[in-house]
Ligand binder design. Structure first.
Ligand code: ADP
Ligand code: ZN
Length: 588
């Protein structure tokens, strides 16, 4: 723990209460704030909703000079600026939409030190004239929000983000706080390398969302399944993600004709309609929003009860972020994905036109997605493992835990797989390992002379199927016998646990992969049984809840407030077009 000055401690608490209205810091907020105030580079990885913004807003307020906040989206900047202004804090953003006069005000306030937070997109930061004035200003520190945008290995890569280090150096010798809600170990390393902050204080909290139920169903008769599911969850708020604008429209229409209150949301709608539809969802005038992934950033509706992926997502990062919008209030949150390999093929086709590295990365991300769908391993263990968090038990609350695929006991097979990793010098990926085990000769196997290894073809005794071996190797990776090399995508290495296992093996239980085609046939047979449980042991009277919600909506309408968030102290946070605390009108 860092040396903490009592006076600083008291000041921070005071300002936390006075400005933000909170009596306590949440999680590691306070220690993170000390870290940046102490001038240390700081790296924060916390799930959405954990309270990252406060980690740079508060230190910016108590520091001399102006903090520069780099953020990827104007809408996100605007939200924060409006909110801070409503709290009486001088925060402004700098971008090309500003008039000359507005621009001058920003510069003046920065130079005379009255501006506490200056929000800027990396694209504006690189502009010569902006750089020049920042060099003259007294900058307290630099915050980089949505820092995963730096990494080519992430899902929201923004090339300009990679130039941030050079620009910051140009402005001065400044401490940097980088924050993100999604980072695999690889992305984390990439961000730190690129920002040259490998020495940063790292704060990473668990990503486990215990109340979310993860489930994948075969995409067969998906429309029928969807209607049934939504009807079964009548009156609850839900988001349905689709890949294309066309599907969004189609599904919204389909639900409407089936008496579900639903609206579409995608970037192709005119801005007014899009805003109206978003408001209708937030105000609970409709229950369901059908959307492309354009929907959701910065939206804070705590009682979304289900998130459905009608089409397979492009990456687990995206999937986790989107499903993360369910059950933010800690109550029921069902995450259902319809999966079919056809969708993967479609996504692969989209990738074809991308530049080579981008295409390769996209392919890896997609392969992880496919693996997640197919494996019979606890979904939560897979997801958290993907983000570098190791769970040593099954969660008991996902489809693979509650409706397991067939199990198989293995031991010799595992030893063999681990030996293959060792004998190939821990430098290969799962596909190559499976090829060696099954004596599948190809140019790589022969050029590395892996056909001369003792393990070559030894797997045939157990299974000739490459997929069997791939699945086994992936599963023992999730269980901690192997680990992914952070520097080289897909390469597997032995962990200590793996080493010990070779010395002293024991039987372990793995799960067969899903056969979604077969499952589709099976599920047709038991059509009417609905198996999705109603979340983490939360029990309530549905009729009563319906009455209470109707009442809440009525009162909210009278007061011109959004129906949810009423228990939060600052409900306007992240609300589109926030209004100052005492203003009467909520909506235009
Ligand atoms: P993130 O950026 O991590 O997604 P936000 O910064 O938007 O999260 O914060 C999420 C919510 O938590 C906001 O409504 C915010 O006002 C609230 N919050 C942040 N810090 C605290 C705190 N110390 N106590 C109570 N609520 C907090
Ligand atoms: Zn599970």
């Amino acid at each position: 723990m860092m040396q903490v000055d009592e006076a600083v401690h008291a000041t921070l608490r005071e300002r936390l209460k006075e400005i933000f209205g909170y009596s306590q810091f949440r999680g590691e907020q306070e220690i993170i704030i000390y870290s940046i105030l102490a001038g240390r580079n700081t790296f924060v990885i916390m799930p959405t909703g954990a309270g990252k913004s406060l980690c740079y807003q508060l230190p910016a307020i108590v520091s001399n000079g102006t903090a520069v906040v780099i953020s990827p989206l104007i809408a996100l900047m605007k939200n924060q600026v409006d909110q801070l202004n409503a709290f009486g804090i001088n925060a402004q953003f700098l971008n090309s939409t500003l008039s000359k006069a507005e621009m001058n005000k920003v510069k003046k306030d920065t130079l005379n030190g009255t501006l506490k937070l200056l929000y800027i997109a990396p694209e504006s930061l690189t502009k010569e004239e902006n750089l020049d004035f920042l060099k003259k200003a007294n900058i307290s520190f630099v915050a980089i929000d949505e820092a995963h945008c730096i990494s080519e290995w992430g899902h929201d890569f923004r090339p300009e983000y990679r130039k941030i280090r050079g620009i910051v150096d140009n402005i001065g010798n400044l401490p940097v706080i980088a924050l993100t809600a999604t980072a695999t170990p690889k992305v984390q390393q990439d961000i730190q390398k690129n920002l040259q902050m490998e020495d940063a204080n790292l704060y990473k909290t668990s990503f486990n969302r215990k109340n979310l139920y993860y489930e994948i169903k075969p995409k067969v008769d998906a429309k029928k399944q969807l209607i049934k599911y939504v009807k079964h969850n009548k009156g609850k708020s839900g988001i349905i993600y689709c890949l294309s604008r066309k599907t969004v429209e189609e599904i919204a229409e389909l639900l409407s004709v089936n008496d579900v209150k639903a609206l579409p949301y995608h970037a192709g709608l005119d801005p007014q309609t899009r805003m109206n539809n978003q408001d209708a969802f937030l105000n609970e005038d409709v229950d369901v929003i059908c959307a492309t992934i354009a929907f959701g950033m910065g939206i804070d509706k705590p009682d979304v009860r289900f998130v459905i992926h009608y089409d397979a997502p492009k990456s687990l990062e995206g999937y986790y972020q989107e499903t993360g919008r369910a059950g933010r209030d800690g109550m029921e949150g069902n995450c259902l994905m319809f999966y079919s390999y056809d969708d993967i093929v479609k996504l692969e086709k989209f990738n074809k036109d991308k530049p080579v590295t981008e295409r390769d990365n996209a392919k890896h991300l997609l392969a992880e997605m496919v693996s997640y769908a197919n494996l019979g391993v606890c979904r939560r263990r897979q997801l958290l493992g993907y983000f570098g968090e190791f769970l040593d038990k099954d969660c008991g609350f996902c489809d693979n835990c509650l409706k397991p695929t067939e199990k198989l006991k293995v031991q010799h097979e595992v030893v063999l797989a681990l030996q293959t990793v060792l004998q190939t010098d821990q430098r290969f990926d799962v596909a190559h390992l499976a090829d060696v085990l099954t004596a599948t000769t190809n140019q790589y196997v022969t050029s590395y002379e892996h056909d001369r290894l003792a393990v070559y073809g030894k797997g045939l005794e157990f299974s000739e199927d490459c997929n069997y071996w791939c699945s086994l190797i992936k599963q023992i990776t999730i269980y901690g016998y192997l680990e992914k090399d952070v520097d080289n995508y897909g390469i597997l290495k032995l962990t200590q646990r793996g080493m010990n296992y070779i010395e002293d093996p024991y039987p372990i239980t793995l799960a067969k992969d899903h056969d979604y085609e077969q499952q589709a046939v099976d599920s047709k047979e038991e059509e009417d049984k609905d198996s999705s449980p109603s979340s983490g042991g939360v029990a309530y009277d549905e009729e009563l809840l319906g009455l209470l919600k109707a009442l809440r909506k009525k009162i909210a309408k009278e007061k011109n407030l959004p129906p949810m968030l009423s228990s939060r102290r600052h409900p306007w946070k992240k609300w589109r077009q926030p209004t100052p605390p005492r203003a009467k009108k909520w909506r235009r």
